[in-house]
Every structure is written in C-alpha cells, then in structure tokens.
Design a protein around this ligand. Structure first.
Ligand code: C2O
Ligand code: CU
Length: 485
C-alpha cells in the first residue's frame, strides 16, 4: 500500500507536466498484507547514489568506460544481512541526462507491492536530482539482487546492479564462500571506443538480444579465484547480464546445487544448469587438492567458454565423500495442486517482430527501421506499450489471494525466454522439454516449443510484473502484470 506520506513524497518528485496526466490508481490499496516475515529488530542501512562514474575495471584492459553505478566505493554494492533484519535504503538519482528516471526493483524478494520498484505500478519514477526511500524486511534467506526498472537495457547494461544476500540458511558451516557475478559488457572490440556500443538494437531485440562482446566474472576475464583445497566451498553464482543465457557447468570438481533463485532445494549434482538474466544458483563445490584447478564453463557457447577458475591451495579440509548438507527449507507456501486453477500464457513474437527477425536473417546487419512503436514480443497476444508504463494495459490475469495457481508457459517463438514474476516464488512442476529436479524459481526459462508448468500460492496482494528478463524482449513488449486481490 502506498502510504499518504510516501504518495506526497513521490508526487513531489514528479515533473509538473506529468502530474497533469491521468494516473492509474496504485496497485491494490484495499488489501495490504505482506507475506509472513520474521523480524530481528535490527536495521541495515543502504545508501544508493546513482551516477555516471567512468572507470577502468580489470576486464576493460586499460580502457575507461562510462559506467553508471550505485556507489562511489564499488561498481557492485553487496548487502549482507541476516534473516529478520530490515533494509532501509535511501536512493538518490544523480544522473544528469534529462528524464533519466530510476526506480529499484528488489529481484526475487517476496516483499510488499509498495516496495517493488516498478514505475507507475508501485511508485512514481525518481527523476534526476530526486530521491526515494525503501524499507522492508526480506522474508527469505538466500541470494538476491537489485536493479533499476526504467530504461533497463541501458541502465543495467552500464552496470547499475547490486546484490542482496540474506544469511541464516546454513544448517552446517561450509569451509569458505565466494560470490561469482557473471556479465558481459557492450564494449567495442577494436579497443579504441571510449564509450559503450548500443544496448538495444531492433535486430537484437527481435532475436536473442544484443550481446555484449566482452565476458566477465567479478569484473575480470577468466579470473583465477583462490579457494581452500579439499574443502566444501559455497558459491553464489549470479548471472546479472541483461541478455545472455548461460548453460553453467563446472569441470574438475564435484558440485551440488543447494538453492535456485535464493530458495533451498534438496541438494542435487550440478551437471549443467541454464541461467537466464538475473537468475542465481547456490552451489557447494568440493574443491580439488592443493594446486588443483576447477573451471566454470558456459556450454551454450559452441565449444564451451571458460568463465572462471577456482584455484585450490592448502591442506585438505575434508576427507569424507562429498555429501553436501542441505540449506534450511524455504518459507515458500506449498501450492494446493488438487485445487489449483491453471492459467495458460503463450509467449510469441508479434507480426512486426517476426518480420524483422526474418529480414535480419536475409539481410544481416539490418537495423534502425525507424519504427514508431517497437513491439516485437507478446504474452497472450498482449504487448506492453513501448512508450512506457504510464499507459497501463489491463492485467493479464486477476488472482484471488490465498488460492493456488498453476501457470503454464508455452513458448511458440524461436527464442529462449526467461519469464520472471515479481513478488512470488514458483514451485517448478515440469515441462515437455526439460527434466529438472524439484526446485523453486522466480524465473521460468523456456526454450522454443517448450511448455513449462509452475505453481504458487497467490499470497502477496498487488500488481506484479510478469516479463521476459531478456531485457530487450521486455522493453519491446514481452511484459504484463498479474493482479492478486
Ligand atoms: Cu529483475 Cu522486473 O525484473
Ligand atoms: Cu524473451
């Protein structure tokens, strides 16, 4: 619910002109009721100061690129907090480009709608020179992230992201922990350009997206990360790229997945795991003996691409066979499948999108068609208006609070679509293309001709975005929202 005070504060941040426009009513003010959450009484404070900060990260090979970041101290703020702690965030938009609004979405966290950070759904966007405050208690342990929800292809492409790690899920201590953050950069390969290449292109948006040309993990190219030998090391692996879908594997060590998108799963061996934009997995890796190396790979790239190495050293910490302890069970409510209502979603390209994709096949390099309305993708034949959130379409579905639902996603297009749902965590049920172990996820990664089913309890009232997290697909129509009343 948007409190009166918050409404006044955010209204004051609006340019006068937009105040005159008709506004949709904010999501569901009648029925506030956050998901159950613990409380410790402690508060963690986070200052986010969004600004352009040119810097030469190790992966840029000496070049200085105009990053947009949340902090003068680090290109990627990482908030660590304990389950039950409150997070109070003060956001200041110090971008200087006219009309470059921001808002923060706390990706994967099941928090109340008024904190969800979607412009015109849960708050007004924050104009340059303005500020905004968020305050919530994350209800779950695990690995989460935050990013802006305005002009996201460019803002995330320039670096605007941060991580939230909610601790308290370990049932037995691991020997060591590392956070690995994957992303590409839209840097020109010729080594001269002092700026980024385009983050969104018509050709990319109508196909798999516009890929960056430089891969990085923790802002380095193929880093060698020091870990203890013969140890059980927890790895939080994040894909924060706006576009690329990884097929993550590890060579040279045993590994088990212990959480998907923040939520604990019964540990199962990592063979390979597909990760779309903003998806996370937590792993336990039994590291090699002293001097040994294990290597993270992306097998979606032909021949496999090296992402990062783990370099082990020291006397072995463990000698027993690898049998990683599970994390504490998630707090996600179990859906009542016997009484669940099924809702089908068809993921498809629009006529315009298909035409453009076909043209791109025939005339590679074609771009900038001067289209007035770029709507290449749809969910149930509905596209999100390209010109922004201020013209809200009706919800894709209206759900009853407390009831169980099955969402069935049919991908009838030629591209992969990682479909992300705000404010909830899905229980994965299965698909005609994949045979994945039971897990929770906030994003259903569908491949062409896949029909995937997930279930959840609609326990968080509000208007929640449902969109492809290939950001160019999101920004060219593949987005809608679900109303939980
Ligand atoms: Cu990480 Cu609506 O997105
Ligand atoms: Cu998509």
């Amino acid at each position: 619910m948007l409190s009166r005070r918050a409404l006044l504060t955010s209204a004051a941040a609006l340019p006068l002109l937009s105040l005159a426009q008709p506004r949709p009513s904010f999501a569901n003010p009648r029925n506030p009721g956050p998901v159950p959450k613990p409380t410790s009484g402690r508060t963690v404070r986070l200052e986010l100061d969004v600004a352009e900060r040119p810097q030469s990260l190790p992966c840029f090979g000496g070049r200085n690129l105009p990053l947009w970041t949340f902090s003068p101290d680090t290109p990627l703020p990482i908030v660590r907090m304990k389950l039950g702690d409150r997070l109070d965030t003060h956001l200041v938009n110090n971008l200087t480009r006219a009309n470059e609004h921001v808002s923060i979405h706390w990706h994967g966290l099941r928090i109340p709608i008024d904190q969800d950070g979607v412009p015109y759904i849960s708050q007004y966007p924050v104009a340059p020179g303005r500020s905004y405050d968020y305050s919530f208690v994350p209800p779950d342990t695990g690995s989460y992230l935050f990013h802006t929800h305005c002009n996201t292809a460019e803002q995330l492409g320039r670096g605007l992201a941060g991580l939230i790690i909610v601790e308290g899920d370990e049932t037995e201590p691991y020997d060591h922990e590392e956070v690995l953050v994957y992303r590409d950069w839209h840097m020109s390969p010729d080594g001269t350009a002092p700026t980024f290449e385009p983050f969104l292109t018509d050709n990319g948006a109508a196909n798999a997206g516009t890929f960056g040309k430089l891969r990085s993990v923790n802002f380095q190219v193929e880093p060698e990360i020091a870990v203890p030998a013969g140890a059980d090391v927890r790895i939080r692996f994040y894909n924060v790229d706006p576009t690329r879908i990884l097929e993550l594997g590890l060579e040279g060590a045993e590994a088990a997945i212990i959480a998907v998108d923040g939520m604990a799963v019964t540990p199962f061996p990592l063979e390979t795991w597909r990760m779309g934009s903003a998806m996370r997995i937590d792993l336990v890796v039994r590291t090699p003996a002293d001097g040994g190396v294990a290597t993270f790979m992306d097998y979606r790239t032909a021949g496999g691409a090296v992402l990062a190495h783990l370099k082990a050293s020291g006397t072995p910490k463990r000698t027993q066979a690898f049998d990683p302890a599970p994390l504490a069970a998630s707090r996600v409510a179990a859906p009542d499948l016997g009484n669940a209502t099924t809702i089908a979603f068809e993921l498809s390209s629009t006529a315009q999108g298909s035409l453009l994709a076909a043209d791109a096949e025939r005339f590679p390099g074609i771009d900038s068609l001067c289209l007035s309305q770029k709507t290449f993708w749809s969910i149930n034949k509905t596209t999100w208006p390209e010109t922004g959130h201020e013209k809200l379409p009706p919800p894709l579905a209206v759900l009853e609070r407390g009831k169980s639902y099955i969402f069935e996603f049919s991908n009838i297009s030629k591209q992969f679509h990682p479909i992300h749902f705000h404010g909830h965590s899905f229980t994965y049920l299965g698909s005609n293309k994949n045979n994945l172990p039971p897990h929770y996820t906030d994003t259903v990664l569908t491949v062409p001709r896949e029909r995937a089913r997930v279930a959840f309890v609609a326990d968080n009232p509000g208007d929640w975005m449902l969109h492809c997290h290939v950001i160019e697909h999101q920004e060219t129509g593949m987005m809608g929202y679900i109303r939980v009343l």
